[in-house]
Design a protein around this ligand. Structure first.
Ligand code: G3P
Length: 224
């Protein structure tokens, strides 16, 4: 399973990268806004995406903000020029689907974002998206079942051997990651806080405290 970090914050990306678990980055306009606020200045979008690409060895999703075909194409081409690692994020709307099909012919890779239904995922795969991003947490937020959506997408793609990789997005907690991994999704993108939670276990902390206490007592025994 590939781990992507869902952030545009360079220090968070560095921290996850230092753990040696990072396979890529997903950004979106909201995450760019947060990164700008944290930096205390407006960030240049393209320059910032280039910096992220230079930090990680993996795909970096950068999102278009145009919603009609020509605008999406223009922005997507410009984003793809930034770095070979850029995957253009395109929303799952009619013009987005048309653009995915056209961009595939230009060898521009697309992560199709804002997916909330299995039919949307099916259409995105047929259009040629490299990644499909079902938003688990946001489905859960409206009292529906994000995991059920993920299961349906994985199953449909498997039935027809679509090459589109399933990228579980809007992950809010470790159980989202566990269940996605059991389903065999290709990628999970998550905030740094969730990546850190994946390795935590209270029995590890308790066990370590006991080992260190016993070691201290053992050392004191040797000294006396
Ligand atoms: O990158 C898209 C997705 O992961 C957003 O997550 O938490 O804003 O629903 P969230």
């Amino acid at each position: 399973m590939k781990f992507f970090i869902d952030t545009a914050d360079l220090s968070e990306i560095r921290e996850a990268n230092d753990m040696g678990v990072l396979d890529g980055v997903t950004t979106n306009p909201s995450l760019m806004k947060v990164a700008s606020e944290r930096a205390g200045r407006p960030l240049d979008f393209h320059e910032h995406i280039f910096k992220i690409c230079e930090l990680v060895e993996g795909d970096v999703s950068a999102e278009v903000t145009a919603v009609e075909f020509e605008g999406i194409m223009t922005q997507a081409r410009a984003l793809a020029q930034i770095h070979a690692r850029v995957v253009v994020k395109v929303p799952l709307i009619l013009d987005g689907i048309k653009a995915i099909n056209a961009l595939r012919k230009e060898d521009i890779r697309v992560n199709c974002t804002l997916c909330f239904s299995p039919t949307q995922a099916l259409v995105a795969a047929k259009a040629g998206a490299v990644y499909i991003s079902p938003f688990l947490g946001r489905v859960d937020d409206i009292s529906s079942d994000g995991m059920r959506l993920l299961e349906e997408v994985v199953s449909i793609y498997s039935n027809y051997s679509y090459p589109t990789e399933v990228l579980a997005a809007s992950i809010r907690h470790p159980m989202h990651v566990v269940e996605a991994a059991i389903m065999g999704v290709h990628v999970a993108t998550m905030p740094l806080s969730v990546i850190k939670k994946l390795l935590r276990h209270p029995l590890t902390d308790i066990g370590l405290e006991k080992f260190l206490g016993d070691w201290e007592a053992f050392q004191q025994g040797l000294a006396s």
